[in-house]
Design a protein around this ligand. Sequence first.
Ligand code: NDP
Length: 349
Amino acid sequence: MAHATFTSEGQNMESFRLLSGHKIPAVGLGTWRSGSQAAHAVVTAIVEGGYRHIDTAWEYGDQREVGQGIKRAMHAGLERRDLFVTSKLWYTLILRKMINLSSPLMNVLVGTCLNKRCTELSPERVRPALQNTLKELQLEYLDLYLIHWPIRLREGASKPPKAGDVLDFDMEGVWREMENLSKDSLVRNIGVCNFTVTKLNKLLGFAELIPAVCQMEMHPGWRNDRILEFCKKNEIHVTAYSPLGSQEGGRDLIHDQTVDRIAKKLNKTPGQILVKWGLQRGTSVIPKSLNPERIKENIKVFDWVIPEQDFQALNSITDQKRVIDGEDLFVNKTEGPFRSVADLWDHED
Ligand code: NDP
C-alpha cells in the first residue's frame, strides 16, 4: 500500500512510495494555464520553494517553458535524479514534426489541422508523443507518464465534438505501448488520469504493469471517494488535481466558510488547508500557482496536521460536484457515444 514517508534529502519533503519502489514527492507544482510564465513558476518552486515534483502535459502547451524552468533550476545545482517530472499523453508529434521538416504548403495544410483538435489516442502514436514531450522538456526520461483522458478524438475534432469526433479507444493497445516505454526506460512509471472504476477494472484485466498513479480531480468540494478507495485497495497511488478547486469558473474553496474557519483556527492559509487535506487522505497534491508567495506557501504543509474534527468537517462539505467534468471536450448531446457527463464517467458519480 502506498504510504507516507519522510525523505532525508535536505528539504524534508514528504513523499509517497509507488508500487515501482520510486517515490513521488507529496506536493508538486501544477502548470495548467501557466503559459509563458511557467518557466518562472518552475524555477521559483524548485529553487525557492523546495518543490521536487512538477506536473505538466502536452495539452497545456507549456512544456517548453516548463523544460526551460527545469534547466535553469538544474543550472542552480539541482540533479535530474532529484526531480520528479510528470507529463501526459494526449497526441503526438507526428504533425508538428512535419511542420518543421516540410514545405511551406505542407505547413499550411498541417497548420490548418493543428488549429483544430488533433487528438487521436492510438497505439502507434504513443511513442512519438512521448518523444515529442521529452524534446519539449529537454529531458532524457520522465518520472511519470499518464494517459490524460481515456477518450480518443478524431483528428481535427471540434470542441464540443461533432458527430463522429469521438472514436473507440484501444485501451489495451495504448497501454501496451505505455508499458513498452517503461521497459525501454524512457519513463520510470506509467499511469492514468480521469479514469472510472469501470475503466480501471478493465485496464487491470490485461495490464502487465499496473498503473503506478491515477491522477484525479479531488478537493473537499469533490472528494471522489469511490475512486480513491478503489485505488487504495489496488495499491495505485492517487494524485489529487485541482486541489484548490481550480481556477476562475471552478469551485471557490479558498473562500469556503469551513475552509476559512479551519485556516484561521490553525493559523494557516486556506490554500495550505486544502493541500494538507489532500495529503492527509494519502494523495499527492499538485496546486498550481504563478504567484511566488503562493507557490512557497502551498508547500509549507509538513510540520503540522489538521486535527481529526476539522478534517472530518472538511470531509462533510456539501454540494459535491466535479469542476473538470469533460463536457466541453467530449459530450455531444445528440450524437454520443457520450450524450451526457454521466455517460462520460460511466454513471459512477
Ligand atoms: P488549482 O486547484 O491548483 O487552483 C489554481 C488556482 O488557485 C489559480 O487560480 C491560482 O492562482 C490559485 N491559487 C494557488 N495557490 C493559492 C493560494 N495559496 N491561495 C489562493 N489562491 C491560490 O487548479 P488547477 O486546475 O490548475 O489544478 C492544479 C494542477 O492539476 C494543474 O495545474 C495541472 O497540473 C493538474 N490538472 C490535471 C488535470 C488532468 O486532467 N489530469 C486536469 C486539471 C488539472 P495564482 O496562479 O494567481 O496563484
